[in-house]
Design a protein around this ligand. Structure first.
Ligand SMILES: *Cc1c(COP(=O)(O)O)cnc(C)c1O
Length: 395
């Protein structure tokens, strides 16, 4: 059957009709354990009663009014994010790329407002992923996303992760900011060390640059802290969030200190959909759960259990898994078989995992999982590894 959809995705031949917690139910009734969570989006799993109630309640009142009017739930959502983080202000968008666009514009405008419009360049890191808009593909620097789309948006300089000399050289009088994911997600669950983040903070302070953290994938409890940078003790000036923040509803946020946001005055930025009442109702409901006492501790403990079990799995299957990486419930398995083969083998066992760069598969389960789901996932991973070994031996 030919599809009417643009063929930019190689979709797995399965479609899901409903979900419940960490499980997805396909049209034929078969159940899949969802350790992908729609790419780290379904932070509270599927059909979480508190989110369903918030969405349906708001849906019967008002969905959208535009940002020409006050949105009380948006004020409240902003206040709660500010109270829980380094930030003084929030801007709401609909996606990660849009949150990053706001972050990039804010960093440039900060310097323009300070009398230095020539400072507009942003240094990013190899393996980064910041989205698919024209500016964010330039920020991510991956040739496969840039090629064929005309001149690359000017103003992004990329350096290898961990190369302090290259970073120092890349910082010029035109540099506005450094931008980094605390753990590279699409890049292959590559964890950035606290030392490197401290080095970036130091360079920013030394040169008057802003530090932008892209926490679109790592944020909202994914690593066992509300935001992953909290593990390092290093504070950004600007932060982007999305993915888990709406629990499956399209929502993004750009958080910033008042100082970093000084240029973003009346009329300098906007969005039609961002922060609408429906999104804000769901965002607040996600925070109700994630900020409840004990929730992040539960993520940390479940993450630790998962990491230990994965390390043991790697020891049993060293010819399939070469490395276990990650923090909390953002784990990666580096493989010696193609990651797409591994994801397919896992899917045969009715377990969903997600390929990433560096020949890694990501495990990004809903944050609500417990020991039972970890055990069920490990059984399926074990079976997938064995199947891949049998196949490898037969070749
Ligand atoms: C997914 C992702 C984005 C892009 O988010 P979209 O919602 O797809 O625009 C940006 N940065 C990081 C780190 C991501 O993981």
């Amino acid at each position: 059957m030919t599809s009417s959809l643009l063929p930019t995705y190689a979709r797995a031949k399965v479609s899901f009709e409903r979900g419940e917690g960490a499980w997805l139910v396909a049209r034929d009734g078969s159940r899949y354990l969802d350790f992908g969570a729609g790419i780290a989006v379904n932070a509270l799993g599927h059909a979480h009663p508190h989110l369903v109630a918030a969405l349906t309640e708001q849906a019967q009142k008002v969905w959208h009014v535009s940002n020409l009017f006050e949105v009380p739930d948006g004020e409240r959502f902003g206040e709660r994010l500010v109270a829980a983080t380094f930030a003084d202000v929030a801007f709401f968008a609909n996606s990660g790329a849009e949150a990053n666009e706001a972050a990039i514009k804010m960093a440039r405008k900060y310097h323009a407002a300070g009398g230095h419009p020539e400072r507009f360049r942003i240094v990013t890191f190899e393996g980064a992923f910041h989205g698919r808009t024209l500016a964010t593909i330039a920020a991510g620097g991956q040739q496969k996303y840039i090629e064929g789309f005309g001149p690359k948006v000017e103003g992004f300089d990329q350096v290898p992760y961990g190369d302090l000399e290259a970073l120092r050289t890349a910082i010029t009088p035109e540099t506005a900011a450094l931008m980094i994911e605390p753990i590279q997600g699409e890049g292959g669950v590559r964890v950035v060390t606290p030392e490197w983040l401290r080095a970036l903070r130091g360079l920013c302070d030394e040169h008057g640059l802003l530090l932008i953290m892209d926490e679109v994938q790592t944020g909202i409890g994914r690593t066992g802290k509300l935001f992953a940078h909290e593990w390092s003790g290093v504070t950004p000036d600007i932060l982007s969030a999305a993915k888990g923040i709406g629990g499956g509803f399209p929502l993004g946020a750009c958080l910033a200190t008042a100082e970093a946001a000084r240029g973003m005055t009346l009329g300098t930025h906007g969005t039609t959909f961002g922060g609408n009442p429906l999104a804000m109702a769901v965002g607040n409901a996600v925070l109700d759960v994630v900020l409840a006492p004990g929730f992040l501790e539960h993520v940390r403990q479940t993450g630790l259990l998962l990491k230990q079990r994965l390390a043991a799995l790697k020891d049993r299957h060293p010819d399939v898994i070469t490395e276990v990486r990650g923090e909390g419930l953002m784990m990666g398995l580096r493989l010696s078989v193609p990651n797409t083969d591994f994801a397919a083998a896992a899917r045969t066992e009715h377990l969903i995992v997600i390929p990433a760069g560096d020949n890694v598969v990501r495990l990004l389960p809903p944050l609500i999982i417990g020991e039972a789901e970890v055990a069920a996932a490990l059984d399926r991973l074990e079976a997938a590894c064995s199947a891949l070994e049998v196949r490898g031996a037969a070749e």
